[in-house]
Design a protein around this ligand. Structure first.
Ligand SMILES: Nc1ncnc2c1ncn2[C@@H]1O[C@H](COP(=O)(O)OP(=O)(O)OP(=O)(O)O)[C@@H](O)[C@H]1O
Ligand SMILES: [Mg+2]
Length: 261
């Protein structure tokens, strides 16, 4: 079973009478359990592709299958339904609701579907625990670090049992230590069978995926698997950098302690 299949996917934008061909016929499959990084220069069509995968927009032509659903043939209402029930989004800017607690933010997609019973509430708490926030259930976003906020967003993306998690530069706002934590969480989720598709500009982040798709001028330029050793080496580098950052922080704290005041 494929989480998604796309065939000759095209997207054209018409702007002031001029046609921009953002995607010019892209085809690939994402099997369930895959972990894909999408890369490419600015303007190559990454966001356009992610918007189509996320059912935020319709292709001009071509086929997009999510599971057994043919997205290219859907009405706006059907698209909205799929988007809210079967796609997990993780954005660079977290997109949390400031007035709500951690657990309430995770509940949001269920709340909108009117499906928030006691059982679902318990599941949201379990998801918060799953992403390492068991001590922060009642905190609000402003009381959390960037990495913790991104964990909330990841837990929220899991609430719907999505076809896949779509992450757009999910670590773009995070320091190296927090990036390492979030990527370790992605590794765990993928090992549990979750399908991940992420757009990234960073080679170190893309090296963690199972496969890298490169776009160029709206076309698929390459689709290359990452060797397991290469992925492991990238994870090791990230952990080493994170440990170093932690040690440097501890050293600063010791120095601050020693300085006379
Ligand atoms: N709504 C729109 N209307 C008109 N043209 C658009 C629209 N959205 C994107 N484009 C054009 O489509 C092409 C692909 O844009 P897209 O945003 O997918 O690139 P990208 O790979 O995500 O780039 P970046 O790395 O800068 O985010 C670009 O030439 C862009 O100008
Ligand atoms: Mg973009």
């Amino acid at each position: 079973m494929h989480a998604c299949s796309i065939r000759e996917l095209k997207k054209e934008y018409v702007l002031k009478g001029e046609t921009v061909r953002a995607l010019r016929g892209v085809s690939f499959d994402v099997p369930e359990g895959d972990y894909v990084a999408i890369m490419g220069p600015s303007g190559s069509g990454k966001s356009t592709l992610l918007n189509l995968l996320g059912c935020l927009d319709q292709p001009t032509s071509g086929q997009l299958l999510l599971g057994a659903d043919n997205v290219a043939k859907m009405t706006d209402n059907q698209l909205a339904e799929i988007r809210s029930t079967r796609i997990g989004f993780v954005f660079q800017s977290y997109n949390l609701i400031q007035q709500l607690t951690v657990v309430e933010n995770i509940e949001v997609p269920l709340y909108y579907q009117g499906r928030l019973g006691a059982k679902q509430r318990r599941r949201c708490i379990e998801l918060a625990e799953r992403v390492g926030l068991s001590q922060r259930l009642g905190h609000r976003p402003s009381q959390l670090s960037g990495g913790q906020q991104q964990r909330v967003a990841i837990a929220r993306s899991l609430v719907n049992d999505p076809y896949f998690i779509l992450a757009d530069e999910a670590t773009g706002n995070l320091d190296s230590r927090t990036t390492a934590e979030i990527l370790a969480l992605f590794d765990e989720l993928n090992q549990e069978g979750r399908t991940l598709i992420m757009v990234t500009h960073e080679d170190d982040v893309a090296a963690r995926a199972k496969r890298v798709i490169r776009l160029r001028d709206g076309l698929l330029q390459s689709d290359t698997p990452n060797a397991p050793e290469q992925r492991q080496a990238a994870a090791d580098r990230a952990h080493a950098a994170a440990a170093q950052a932690l040690a440097a922080e501890a050293e600063l704290m010791v120095q601050a302690d020693r300085s006379p005041d």
